[in-house]
Ligand binder design. Structure first.
Ligand code: FE2
Ligand code: FE2
Length: 204
């Protein structure tokens, strides 16, 4: 953890780190080792560049996928538990009521950028962008392919999931032209590899 983090940021980092590290779920360990700190650090970089609130966006990033420590993504308790837990963590760190509301409603809730729930604030847009950049600029898709995540019944379904995620990440979740430009070679390369023409049936 960087030493230049504020007290608020350090408190949330330590609480979130403990939850991921003591989770019984292998996926949570993967997320802490590879995803969550990467996204949080990227939000700090982008907050500096685009003049956003560091405390709010960084803590939002640390908490944005918190449900993974306890639940599968499709579990009905995933969102409600994450929200309750994030509120407790933010209160304990010393955030006030308005800040907690902003982190949860404006930053975490819209980070997936599903239709009708797009981030409207600079901090929310930074988290969505950082999350998308992780998918595009790291070996995320190769690792998920290797680990069979998500566990679809066929490779074709998994490939379809990748195709849709790539489009949402590149076109919808990145809110800054410079960042989209930087991600472009990765997006095109991933598309070439993962959304290539399937093998002809007779060779499968
Ligand atoms: Fe997420
Ligand atoms: Fe994420």
């Amino acid at each position: 953890m960087a030493t230049s983090l504020s007290q608020l940021q350090q408190s949330v980092y330590q609480q979130v780190e403990r939850l991921y590290k003591t989770s019984k779920r292998d996926f949570a360990h993967w997320m802490w080792a590879h995803h969550v700190p990467w996204v949080a650090n990227k939000t700090l970089e982008l907050a500096q560049k685009y003049d956003a609130d560091h405390d709010l966006v960084y803590t939002g990033a640390l908490l944005h996928d918190l449900g993974d420590v306890r639940f599968d993504r499709d579990d009905p308790q995933f969102d409600s538990w994450s929200e309750e837990k994030a509120t407790v963590i933010l209160q304990k760190a010393g955030f006030d009521h308005n800040q907690i509301d902003t982190v949860i409603k404006d930053i975490i809730s819209p980070h997936s950028c599903y239709p009708g729930n797009l981030p409207q604030t600079l901090e929310g847009q930074i988290l969505a962008t950082a999350d998308a950049l992780f998918h595009l600029q790291t070996d995320f898709f190769i690792q998920f392919c290797w680990m069979h995540i998500p566990d679809f019944e066929s490779f074709e379904k998994w490939r379809q999931w990748v195709a849709e995620k790539l489009e949402r990440d590149y076109h919808t979740k990145i809110f800054f032209d410079n960042e989209r430009q930087a991600a472009k070679p990765y997006y095109l390369a991933l598309k070439k590899v993962f959304v290539a023409q399937p093998l002809p049936n007779d060779t499968m």
